[in-house]
Design a protein around this ligand. Structure first.
Ligand code: NAD
Length: 379
């Protein structure tokens, strides 16, 4: 069996889909591995480190030719898959929502595309959960980025020259990223408050030493889906939430927003008026900027300035910790590929009735097979 690791084409993508550690594990399964030249540079992994663990390093078709499985960070273009076998498994962040046309193009190559963001949140698949591995790092990095932009210290300091007060940090959305942001902000000595629409978040926030603030009405008690995600809230709830947030936010130094709803635009939680109400020198970090933003004034890929308030809209925040993000992402991919391989025959053997396969496989035999991403046809 042959496995190919792609070099990312997007210059903004610093991560890589395999590390020397995971390549050693693939080699242990009896798999031949090719890595595209320069694939690991953004994560501080030179080609020689891949060669040292037995991978072949080469350019384009040399790496992908005859491959049974291909690993990438972002959805590859059909041209990046030159020469791979029909029926090959391609594992990547496929960004499937709203991209049915691009998926149809990818399907035509005959590959089986696995969308890593669709890994179900079941115990057996925890080691494959890229949303968690990457969101956790983004939550940590959001606090580091906020402290970098903030012109004051985060912890309280009692010095001979006077006392420095602790910074107040408000985290909006207490899922994987938000909880890590809370933990990191607490470790740095900030006074932390947090909000979410899911009741389960309250205990988790409090267990990290932060204060939970939310509109806790009947709708809040019903806000979590069976899959553990938030629902889109009603207009009435949003208005009550906005009133609460508008009052609370005025007293904050740093606001970190992480709120998402799967397959929907990010909920708008911070209006322009709320930004204007912040003190100059305050910082907002919007981790939802790639999905439309939680803050009305956030600009993707920029640090915007409004009335002395900085609004940080970095893209690919996990990629700002490329080496760590790659090491965890590569392990997530290994965990999925391991269940797609027959270890005795050393061959790709996709079990189509496995619930993880059903949840993540998008394409097969030239067509989109996932029920959630069928191309729109005229009725
Ligand atoms: P997410 O990235 O979809 O959203 C981030 C957070 O934003 C969530 O906590 C969500 O409730 C919150 N949010 C959405 N709308 C909001 C609004 N209007 N106002 C305030 N907050 C809002 O979520 P996630 O980080 O992927 O986590 C979702 C849940 O799944 C969490 O409970 C998490 O602990 C759980 N989880 C389970 C597993 C597993 O069982 N294997 C793995 C990872 C996460």
């Amino acid at each position: 069996m042959k496995l190919a690791v792609l070099r990312e084409r997007d210059p903004e993508e610093s991560r890589v889909a395999a590390t020397p550690d995971t390549i050693k594990r693939y080699r242990g399964l009896g798999v031949d591995v090719s890595v595209e030249t320069g694939a690991g540079i953004g994560s501080g992994i030179p080609d020689g480190e891949y060669e040292a663990v037995g991978a072949h390093v080469g350019g384009g078709p040399e790496a992908t030719g005859g491959a049974d499985a291909i690993l990438a960070v972002r959805r590859p273009t059909p041209s990046a898959l030159a020469g791979c076998r029909s029926g090959a498994a391609v594992l990547a962040l496929m960004d499937p929502f709203g991209n049915e046309a691009a998926l149809a193009e990818l399907a035509k190559t005959g590959i089986v595309a696995f969308a890593m963001e669709l890994i179900p949140r079941i115990t057996r698949a925890q080691s494959m959960d890229v949303l968690s591995s990457q969101a956790n790092l983004a939550g940590y990095r959001a606090v580091i980025d906020a402290s970098y932009e903030f012109g004051r210290a985060l912890p309280m300091m009692m010095t001979a020259a006077g006392t420095v007060p602790a910074a107040r940090i408000f985290v909006m959305g207490a899922g994987v990223a938000g909880l890590q942001a809370i933990a990191t902000a607490r470790r740095l000595g900030a006074i932390v408050t947090a909000t979410d629409v899911r009741p389960a978040a309250k205990e988790q926030v409090e267990s990290l030493g932060a204060k939970f603030i939310a509109v806790e009405d009947e709708e809040f008690r019903q806000a979590e889906t069976a899959a553990g995600y938030a629902k889109e809230m009603s207009k009435e709830y949003q208005a009550k939430q906005a009133a609460l947030v508008a009052e609370h936010i005025k007293k904050q130094d740093i606001v970190i927003t992480t709120a998402l709803i799967p397959g929907r635009p990010a909920p708008r939680l911070i209006s322009a008026a709320m930004v204007h109400a912040l003190r100059p020198g305050s910082v907002i970090v919007d981790l939802a900027v790639e999905r439309g933003g939680n803050c009305e004034l956030a600009k993707p890929g920029e640090v915007a300035q409004v009335d002395g308030v900085k609004i940080v809209g970095h893209l690919n925040v996990a990629g700002r910790l490329a080496a760590t993000a790659s090491s965890l992402y590569a392990k997530n991919l290994y965990a999925l590929l391991e269940i797609l391989v027959d270890k005795t025959a050393k061959q790709l053997a996709i079990k189509w009735d496995d619930e993880i396969v059903k949840a993540t496989a998008l394409t097969r035999d030239g067509a989109i097979i996932h029920p959630g991403f069928q191309p729109k046809t005229a009725a």
